[in-house]
Design a binder for this molecule. Structure first.
Ligand SMILES: N[C@@H](CCC(=O)N[C@@H](CS)C(=O)NCC(=O)O)C(=O)O
Length: 203
């Protein structure tokens, strides 16, 4: 049996979380290694691109969270087999990755500098991506991003909209999705209440 070891931060969110969720939903066992930020700093140079997540497959490390979500999605049936639906799924995940990058640029800032950067984020990339993702959701039929069912794209975007609603980003309104794109907020609640996802967070 293939051995999987996923290394990510000890948080219930971020780029590693959709991969954990997909493994759990598919009932595939994996070693869930969760590093503290100081453990990461010490080990940082040992990771290929000095970043997480890293998935070791039978001891061979692979990086890039969207590629990993797609791979695990295929293993567990959470990725479309139809080429066009797969493209829709990928587009949503890549957009979510661009948004993660924009958010990441505000990490490490403090005080007024952080406040200004977060206000710029709200006016700029967050508004653009929330509205853009809302459009992708509408294209998918309004409930899911692709294939008319939950895929890894839904998991990846849900992880982001859930984090926004939880207030993990100072100076970003927790109801930003409700204000800009009510359907995207409803999508977050739909995925939250999906029995497979609810079971993961209830464990
Ligand atoms: N493109 C990469 C980005 C990875 C990335 O930036 N990961 C963040 C955490 S979500 C990280 O490790 N940051 C720590 C650092 O760069 O020092 C991916 O999608 O996996």
């Amino acid at each position: 049996m293939t051995q999987f070891k996923l290394t990510y931060f000890d948080i219930d969110g971020g780029r590693g979380e959709p991969i954990r969720l997909a493994f759990h939903i598919g009932g595939i066992e994996f070693e869930d290694v969760r590093l503290t930020f100081s453990e990461f700093r010490e080990a940082r140079q040992s990771f290929r691109f000095h970043a997480l997540p890293v998935l070791e497959i039978d001891g061979r490390p692979v990086t890039q969270s969207t590629s990993l979500a797609r791979y695990v999605g295929k293993l567990v049936g959470l990725y479309p087999t139809d080429d066009l639906q797969a493209l829709y799924c990928d587009e949503a995940m890549d957009a979510a990755e661009d948004l993660s990058h924009a958010i990441g640029n505000t990490f490490g800032l403090k005080g007024d500098e952080l406040k200004q950067a977060r206000e710029d984020l709200v006016q700029g990339p967050l508004t653009t991506f929330i509205k853009g993702l809302d459009g992708l959701l509408a294209r998918g039929g309004g409930q899911y991003f692709a294939d008319g069912r939950m895929t890894v794209a839904d998991l990846k975007i849900f992880v982001q909209t859930r984090a926004l609603a939880k207030g993990v980003l100072d100076h970003v309104p927790t109801d930003i999705a409700e204000g800009l794109a009510p359907s995207l907020a409803e999508h977050r609640d739909r995925i939250t209440n999906d029995p497979r996802v609810a079971a993961y967070y209830a464990r």
